[in-house]
Design a protein around this ligand. Structure first.
Ligand SMILES: Nc1ncnc2c1ncn2[C@@H]1O[C@H](COP(=O)(O)OP(=O)(O)OP(=O)(O)O)[C@@H](O)[C@H]1O
Ligand SMILES: [Mg+2]
Length: 249
């Protein structure tokens, strides 16, 4: 069953159509990757799915329910969480506090929130600890985010997304700018999360995509030009022309 679906989704910025007639179906529990050249519209698609922008055309369905035009904070509550292409953390906050804020912001009950101390939210604290543990950063919970490596900051971003207790995890180039060793760790992490969450992954590193994806959708100039399992995508002549070039040859 599709947990997330778009129908003829489009987004224009003035004269530029960044996303055009995208109809996409993400199966619950799958790892579905979105690939395509720079400027193909991948991040814009995520911005539409998470309510950062309202689409110009089309619809978004989550669990069969129309969520088109739903604002970003509501979408986070519905269970869609994302990590960003660029690192997006509070540098002076400890790792725990960075993650705790995300856990707290999506906590089930807002009743009487303002009148209680942070320690009075054991559920948010537990979720924050679990998320840090899932990405291997629990031992550094008290360290300020600015003091960890770039690779660890990307892991922290992932923990922030996990702390929102999502059902669908949207990852925008989680391995961008990482060293080979850090990339290996990130890939292992994504693999470990596979199955526990529905994962939509944007990534340029094609070997990663081919090894972790159940399905791959290919975007080119805002449109979907192909979709299928990795082996099929690797063979597809349109995809090779548009994107893979010599890499897959
Ligand atoms: N807020 C915006 N305002 C105007 N144009 C935008 C905006 N966001 C994206 N665009 C344009 O939309 C197009 C698609 O951009 P997008 O960032 O979605 O591509 P991408 O596939 O994520 O590329 P990359 O692989 O480089 O991250 C680009 O031409 C970009 O300049
Ligand atoms: Mg992008």
């Amino acid at each position: 069953m599709a947990i997330l679906e778009t129908q003829d989704l489009g987004k224009s910025f003035g004269a530029l159509t960044a996303v055009k007639d995208v109809s996409l179906s993400i199966e619950a529990g799958s790892l579905h990757s979105i690939i395509g050249p720079n400027g193909a519209g991948k991040t814009t698609l995520f911005n539409l799915l998470t309510g950062t922008f309202a689409p110009t055309t089309g619809r978004i369905l989550y669990n069969g329910q129309d969520i088109t035009g739903t604002r970003a904070h509501r979408i986070a509550h519905l269970g869609l969480a994302r990590s960003f292409q660029r690192t997006n953390v509070f540098p002076a906050f400890s790792l725990f506090d960075n993650v705790w804020v995300a856990a707290f912001a999506t906590a089930r009950s807002w009743q009487g929130l303002i009148y209680r101390k942070a320690a009075a939210y054991p559920e948010a604290a537990e979720r924050a600890r679990q998320a840090l543990s899932d990405v291997g950063l629990l031992p550094k919970a008290d360290v300020p985010a600015k003091a960890i490596s770039h690779g660890e900051q990307r892991q922290l971003e992932l923990a922030i997304a996990l702390a929102a207790a999502p059902r669908v995890l949207l990852l925008d180039e989680p391995a961008a700018g990482l060293s080979p060793e850090e990339t290996r760790r990130m890939v292992a992490l994504v693999r470990a999360l596979k199955g526990r969450y529905t994962i939509v992954l944007i990534e340029h590193k094609i070997d990663i995509i081919m090894s972790v994806s159940d399905r791959i959708s290919v975007m080119h100039f805002g449109s979907l030009i192909a979709e299928g399992p990795p082996a099929e995508i690797q063979r597809n002549p349109d995809v090779r022309r548009a994107y893979l070039g010599g890499i897959a040859a």
